[in-house]
Design a protein around this ligand. Structure first.
Ligand code: E4P
Length: 218
């Protein structure tokens, strides 16, 4: 399973990159706004900075909602760096835009996916990635992992090549469950990635090893 970081924060991206486990980055307009990045020129400049840190795929989301606007914006975004993946929402125009990008060799990430029906459409349009929003499904009183599982089964049966990118990840348990249920990629905040390191028995064990070492070497 590939690991993406879900942020526009350059320090977080660098920290995850330095861990040596980072395969890519996802962003969205809200994450950009959270970092205070506003205005198209600043947003594009920020994508370039992210792409200089990370060699893997970097999702850049279109803000247009009509087909022509998405094609224009997405084509421009994809020209900013070789590793840009154009992120397109799951709408009627979005599906048409994904088909256009697929036919023109531009990789895409179909975002805001909450059902297997939507996931089938994204795959049919040739999306490189499809992003089911696990945490938001859990928040709405359903089980996001059931969606990952069903999507993985359908994609395997149908031979779809679109990669399942588990998004809206809130904690390290989500990452484990997404891996178990067949996600190809997990995009997570830095806190969830660092959360994977933690186990109290690791801390206690290390404390004991160091204490014993000090006893024998003092
Ligand atoms: C996916 O690419 C989105 O950026 C993201 O995972 C949304 O997550 P949220 O529900 O935490 O906003």
């Amino acid at each position: 399973m590939k690991f993406f970081i879900d942020t526009a924060n350059l320090d977080h991206i660098r920290e995850a990159h330095e861990l040596g486990i980072l395969d890519g980055v996802t962003t969205n307009p809200s994450l950009m706004a959270k970092e205070g990045i506003t205005g198209q020129a600043n947003i594009e400049n920020h994508y370039k900075k992210i792409c200089e840190i990370v060699e893997g795929d970097v999702s850049a989301e279109v803000n247009a909602t009509d087909f022509a606007g998405m094609v224009k914006e997405g084509t421009h975004l994809s020209s900013l760096a070789e590793n840009i993946v154009v992120k397109v929402p799951m709408t009627k125009d979005g599906v048409k835009a994904i088909r256009h990008f697929t036919d023109n060799g531009i990789p895409t990430n179909c975002t805001l996916v909450f059902s297997s029906a939507q996931a089938i459409l994204a795959a049919k349009a040739g999306a490189t990635y499809v992003s089911p929003f696990i945490g938001r499904i859990d928040d709405s009183n359903w089980d996001g992992m059931l969606l990952i599982k069903e999507m993985a089964e359908i994609y395997a049966i149908q031979g779809f090549e679109t990669q399942i990118l588990a998004a809206s990840i809130r904690n390290s348990r989500h990452i484990v469950e997404a891996a178990k249920n067949g996600a190809d990629v997990c995009t997570c905040p830095l806190s969830a990635i660092l959360g994977m390191l933690k186990h109290p028995l690791t801390d206690l064990g290390l404390e004991q090893f160091l204490a014993d070492y000090r006893k024998g070497n003092s």
